[in-house]
Design a protein around this ligand. Structure first.
Ligand code: ADP
Length: 606
């Protein structure tokens, strides 16, 4: 039994607490287990096609020699040569298809597994990891890996076979000529490896810069409304431009280095060919003067072709090195993500038969993991009785949303406990209890699917249930008014809903869960009067018979609350009913006064 240990970042560590660095490429191949047969067949095709490539130069030489003997011999050898080429290429075709197909299958699976692992991470993880970067892991890193295990792997084996095979043939053809050639190879290889390292560094720089630019673009494009609001188009374009320029600076060097590399390899290869040609020419000349010595022109031709094959395989192999290094980097990043266990999770958590809705904070301290030096919630204790409505009020940044986040267990407290129905949140199955808590936020996020699917987002529901929830949420009427009704698409390719409509859909989405606890973040910005009324009515209905924690911005809401909790700087400044607090002449009274002065308590009937 293997025991895995994890550090506080959720990364797998060894017994000394150092992050485990696995030979990720090997692990990658273990992902391809299901494709083993396919890969074996591919390897077989590879062997055959490489074999034909080995004998082809030999027959090429035979054709040259046959031409000096007889026409029929020439025809015969040419025919064989053609057969070798055609057969070899057919197997090449099968090899390429099999390897690429296997790669596609592996990467499709890898993407799914990776996405599952990403989406299960705790909320704190998303505070520190940018969405754009995570999407990059899913798209480009996996792509790099796919190329590495398939195309690059098959090319590597092909080149290795080609090189070894060619050298064996060359030795059998003429050992001394091969010796001359091999004297040149170490020189070429040392130079190529050194230069390859330099190229690799450049390529990595280039990728990093490009990644920066990509993230920059992602950020601006995904927040297009904010960009537009602040007329920050040129600013965004400038920021992106700077990143692109940076990558271009490296790209320039890369272009030059690539050119030099090609040219350099070219000079070395042709140089060695000329050298071999000279020595081979001398051997042919020897054969000419004494048929028992030297080699025939045909053998020299074959030899030169083998030399070309070796040189080509060598040059291409060194370019594969960079690809493999890239793949090692990509796989390390991918497996790091896949191995990360979410800090906030409890697979063996309790599922109760019923939840009674009592929420209790006991001396809770909390710090956001992404901002470790600021304690956001301090010694916070609060009890919300089942069926009670508690309003959280207080200055912005005081910690109200954080309290709500903690109830959802998006984060775990540093100190103290939060209990739900008397059970510590950490002991409950998070998926189970989140099904019994519904949250309606100020600016609800709807998904780009139909209204029906948006309402039934949290659970499977029949059309009747969807409509029922919509009616409760005062959404049925306007939804029925759409041409496609509940099938109307929301978002980029569908209707644009007003703020009030969005909120009512979000309320319906919450109601269909029939939650025990309702978390509510009241909109600060006023909607138009009609919408306001509709939303308010829906919210009032939703709150009935439920435990409600509301981040309140309206006087009318606060008045209805059984308990008002004033939160300031992460602490409870005051608590009591609206009337009690007003009588106390404290923070709350000032707060209410300021809001009324600012005309914030828009509710005229309050
Ligand atoms: P309120 O809801 O009362 O306006 P919040 O709970 O949103 O207050 O914020 C309390 C403090 O926590 C603020 O200082 C805020 O900057 C910080 N904060 C909120 N969310 C995060 C987060 N995801 N990561 C780091 N700090 C956060």
């Amino acid at each position: 039994q293997i025991v895995h240990n994890y550090n506080e970042d959720g990364l797998e560590v060894d017994k000394d607490g150092n992050p485990v660095k696995r030979l990720s490429i090997m692990r990658l191949f273990s992902l391809a287990r299901e494709e083993l047969f396919m890969l074996l067949m591919g390897a077989l095709c590879l062997l055959v096609s490489s074999g034909t490539q080995m004998v082809a130069p030999l027959y090429f030489g035979k054709v040259v020699d046959a031409a000096q003997h007889s026409m029929s011999e020439l025809n015969e050898t040419v025919f064989i040569l053609l057969g070798i080429y055609v057969g070899g290429n057919l197997f090449s075709m099968a090899r390429s298809w099999l390897f690429t197909l296997a790669g596609q299958r592996v990467v499709a699976r890898l993407r799914k597994v990776l996405f599952q692992s990403i989406i299960r991470q705790d909320v704190a993880f998303f505070d520190t990891n940018r969405t754009g970067e995570l999407c990059n892991r899913l798209s480009s890193d996996t792509q790099v890996l796919q190329n590495a295990v398939t195309v690059n792997m098959s090319m590597l084996s092909r080149y290795v076979l080609q090189m070894i095979g060619s050298l064996v043939f060359m030795f059998t053809l003429n050992a001394s000529l091969t010796g001359v050639l091999l004297a040149v190879v170490p020189l070429v290889s040392v130079l190529a490896v050194q230069y390859g390292k330099y190229m690799k560094k450049l390529r990595k720089d280039f990728q990093d810069r490009l990644g920066d630019a990509g993230t920059q673009a992602e950020e601006s494009l995904s927040s297009i409304r904010t960009v537009r609001m602040f007329s920050a188009e040129s600013k965004s374009a400038d920021l992106y431009g700077v990143d692109v320029d940076r990558s271009y600076q490296v790209g320039k060097k890369l272009a030059a280095a690539g050119g030099v590399f090609e040219g350099g390899v070219g000079v070395l290869v042709s140089g060695s060919i000329v050298l071999v040609l000279w020595y081979g020419g001398k051997l042919v000349h020897d054969n000419y003067t004494d048929p028992n010595k030297g080699i025939t022109p045909g053998i020299l031709t074959a030899f030169l072709l083998y030399t070309l094959q070796v040189a080509l395989a060598f040059a291409l192999m060194s370019s594969l090195y960079g690809d493999f290094m890239q793949a090692v980097g990509a796989s390390t990043r991918i497996f790091e993500l896949m191995d990360r266990t979410p800090k906030v999770s409890n697979e063996n958590g309790k599922k109760l038969s019923e939840l009674d809705g009592r929420i209790e904070f006991k001396a809770v301290d909390f710090t956001y993991p992404s901002r470790p030096d600021t304690k956001v919630i301090k010694n916070f204790s609060l009890t919300v009785e089942p069926g009670e409505m508690v309003a959280l009020v207080g200055p912005s940044g005081g910690g109200k949303s954080t309290i709500v986040n903690l109830i959802e267990r998006f984060y775990d407290p540093d100190q103290g406990n939060i209990t739900l129905g008397g059970h510590n949140l950490r002991e409950l199955d998070p998926q189970w209890f989140r099904q019994r808590i519904a949250m309606v936020s100020q600016e609800p996020t709807l998904f780009a699917c139909s209204i029906r699917d948006n309402i039934a987002y949290g659970r499977q529901a029949t059309m009747e249930e969807v409509m029922e929830a919509a009616k409760e949420a005062n959404a049925h009427e306007f939804v029925s008014g759409f041409e496609d009704g509940y099938d109307t698409l929301v978002g980029e390719r569908g209707v644009r809903l007003s703020g009030g409509q969005k909120q009512r859909i979000a309320i319906a989405r919450a109601l269909i869960m029939d939650p025990v606890i309702l978390l509510l973040d009241e909109a600060t910005s006023a909607l138009d009067a009609e919408s306001e009324h509709q939303v308010q009515e829906a919210v009032d209905r939703a709150m009935k018979k439920r435990t409600v924690v509301v981040i309140a911005h309206r006087l009318s809401t606060v008045r209805k609350a059984g308990k008002v909790v004033v939160i300031d700087k992460g602490e409870i400044a005051e608590q009591g009913t609206h009337d009690e607090l007003l009588a106390r002449d404290g923070v709350y009274k000032k707060l209410v006064h300021r809001q009324m002065m600012a005309g914030f308590s828009a509710d005229t009937n309050a």
